[in-house]
Design a protein around this ligand. Structure first.
Ligand SMILES: [Mg+2]
Length: 304
């Protein structure tokens, strides 16, 4: 890209204690707290797959590209340190697009007080592609993984589910602060963020933990957007949308009953957190029927 753009990028760079050396050298230098683990996650977003550039401001695309990565750091209960951003821009409108995309990224990066520590910006004859890598570090309590759920743990969920296509998939807040607070103050066994659908991501967590999960369907918080979509298009009910739409970017947590009761009583987050089911011995996904029996639940979601 042109020098003017590089200069503009460097002007956007704020000072951050964890960034020892940023744009301008061959690589960035980051300070990591001794004894902690580095947490690394990366996502690739492509025009007409993850967004439709003709229908959305580039600022929102840039914001989303960073936000999905911060959501993965949240799922590991990691403190964000920095982001690396690489963009392949369509030649025809590269300059204008680049500014918009980076504005969206910088807004969210500022909100979470992390630097964009490096990356690359190129033009090419194809469609817009953005790759963001987020770096974080574990806290003193270590990481939160998918593999720690045990039968008897409760399934806790933040926020609401379904209908994200109406706007939430761009404008969601990654649950970084929520995950860090819960991990610090309570006993959590496992966690995942919902990117591909509540039922699919819950089944992934259960699978990694070597157990199953049973859902109390009437306890699942269904978003207004899911209800709105269900009334316009009757091919999927609101609860189906909550179970399968994806890109909710809420947290699903496996929490031992004592700790879960405390969380539900305290409601320590700015967003509601509720119990939607329980992990069970028998593998697979189940519903909890009114008489307490379990029925198989088909996994719905977005498979890449
Ligand atoms: Mg994830």
């Amino acid at each position: 890209m042109e020098q003017a753009f590089v200069n503009w990028l460097r002007q956007q760079t704020r000072t951050h204690p964890q960034l020892r050396l940023g744009l301008g050298d061959d690589a960035a230098l980051l300070a990591v707290t001794p004894g902690r683990e580095l947490v690394v996650t990366s996502d690739l977003l492509t025009d007409e797959v993850d967004f439709v550039l003709e229908k959305v401001a580039p600022q929102r695309v840039g914001r989303k590209a960073l936000a999905v990565n911060l959501s993965d750091l949240a799922a590991m209960a990691a403190e964000p340190l920095a982001a690396i951003v690489s963009v392949a821009l369509p030649e025809s409108r590269a300059e204008r697009l680049a500014h918009g995309i980076y504005e969206g990224i910088f807004d969210l990066a500022d909100e979470f007080q992390i630097p964009v520590a490096g990356g690359d910006t190129n033009t090419w004859p194809g469609k817009l592609v953005i790759s963001v890598t987020a770096l974080g570090q574990t806290t003193r309590k270590g990481s939160l993984r998918r593999s720690g759920a045990r039968p008897g743990d409760l399934v806790l969920a933040t926020g609401q589910f379904g209908g994200s296509i109406l706007g939430h998939h761009f404008d969601f807040t990654p649950r970084v602060h929520e995950a860090l607070l819960l991990h610090r103050q309570y006993d959590l066994h496992a966690g995942i963020d919902v990117s591909d659908g509540l039922s699919l991501d819950l089944s992934r967590l259960a699978h990694e933990s070597g157990c199953g999960a049973a859902l109390q369907l009437d306890e699942i918080p269904v978003s207004d957007a899911a209800r709105q979509l269900a009334s316009a298009d009757t091919s999927a009910t609101a609860i189906d949308r909550a179970l399968g739409d994806g890109e909710d970017f809420e947290l699903l947590l496996a929490v031992p009953p004592d700790s879960a009761e405390q969380i539900l009583r305290d409601q320590p987050l700015d967003v509601p957190i509720c119990c939607i089911g329980q992990f069970v011995q028998q593998h697979g996904l189940w519903t909890i029927e009114p008489d307490g029996t379990h029925r198989p639940l088909a996994v719905q979601g977005w498979l890449h």
